[in-house]
Design a protein around this ligand. Structure first.
Ligand code: DGY
Length: 322
């Protein structure tokens, strides 16, 4: 019997599998994450940890768990909260949930794009405030989706899935990524361009990069101010890919018409944050992967990989550098 600590309850019944395999499973029952001291305490002596993106998974946590720690299964595709090097040094296998959440995240990115361009949240506020007195030819005009140019920054699985949706709206697709993706270019009719060109030409820019040192505040003041006049920024990647103060400036005094954000810096975004006072900023609380079936499947993936590692087998979804 091995012990596994799970830092939040998971949808579906996958955790039963761990019980059935004879493991002792301790699930943090509260909605908010375990406080750091509690996390360190709970980790003591475990063989497996199932973690979320808000948990700081570092050397201190691994050492608190001790030498019996075999696997850390991250319930997310992003691993920016996990010190992969520290895990490698300690011989701890790290796994995550790639692929399964691609479509759900691309769906939400597109929903944010449509909502920001066509002013859905602003229109809803307008109606709720009782301002809807008449139909008017000039009421809440926004950029057209069809025929627009969209720039996809980061052209991995999620970026390509987003582009596929944009294609259905007859958009011209530009993309920026370190490596060209000829197959996806052919399938999606996408053009590989430099970031400066993408920002200057795109009506909508959607971010799909992981958070790594090279993408930290990639969208800084200079890049945001170089975006096309009247354009819209969508971020479903990580909040820290964008400089929040510069984003506010670009919305208030710069070229941006609107922004659709599923992630933010800080995250969570406090209710009195200036971004929320801007009428054309649409924010959702990091729910890109929150398709009901997707979240159940993510739970199956982390549990199956914990079971594999604890029984001496290779995991199906190892983190690349672990
Ligand atoms: C991820 O998987 O990295 C998302 O941000 C949460 O599902």
């Amino acid at each position: 019997m091995k012990r596994v600590f799970v830092t939040r309850n998971l949808p579906g019944d996958s955790l039963d599998k761990l019980h059935r395999a004879g493991h002792e499973v301790d699930v943090w029952p509260e909605f908010l994450p375990p406080p750091r001291a509690t996390l360190l305490e709970k980790a003591k002596g475990v063989s497996g940890l199932i973690t979320m993106l808000e948990d700081k998974v570092d050397a201190e946590l691994m050492d608190a768990a001790g030498p019996g720690l075999k696997v850390i299964a991250q319930y997310a595709v992003g691993l920016d909260n996990v010190d992969l090097e520290a895990a490698k040094l300690r011989g701890v296998v790290v796994t995550h949930t790639p692929g399964v959440l691609t479509d759900a995240t691309a769906d939400l990115a597109f929903a944010l794009l449509a909502a920001s361009a066509r002013r859905v949240a602003e229109g809803y506020d307008y109606v709720r405030r009782g301002d809807w007195k008449t139909w008017h030819p000039e009421l809440l005009l926004g950029p057209e989706l069809h025929g627009a140019t969209v720039g996809v920054v980061g052209f991995g699985r999620i970026g390509q899935a987003f582009a596929r949706r944009a294609r259905g709206f007859d958009m011209r697709i530009l993309y920026f990524s370190r490596r060209r993706k000829p197959q996806a270019e052919a399938e999606l009719g996408a053009e590989h361009v430099g970031l400066a060109e993408l920002l200057a030409e795109s009506d909508f820019v959607s971010l799909h990069t992981p958070l790594v040192p090279e993408t930290l505040r990639l969208m800084n003041a200079e890049r945001l101010s170089s975006m096309k006049e009247g354009s819209i920024l969508i971020n479903t990647a990580r909040g820290k890919v964008v400089d929040t103060d510069a984003l506010l400036t670009a919305l208030e005094d710069g070229p941006l018409f609107a922004a659709g954000l599923d992630v933010s810096d800080p995250e969570p975004l406090p209710a009195d944050h200036p971004l929320l006072a801007h009428p054309r900023v649409v924010v959702t609380p990091h729910i890109g992967s929150a398709g009901a079936a997707t979240r159940v499947r993510m739970a199956e993936m982390v549990v199956d990989d914990v079971l594999s590692v604890l029984s001496g087998k290779e995991p199906t979804f190892p983190a690349k550098s672990s």
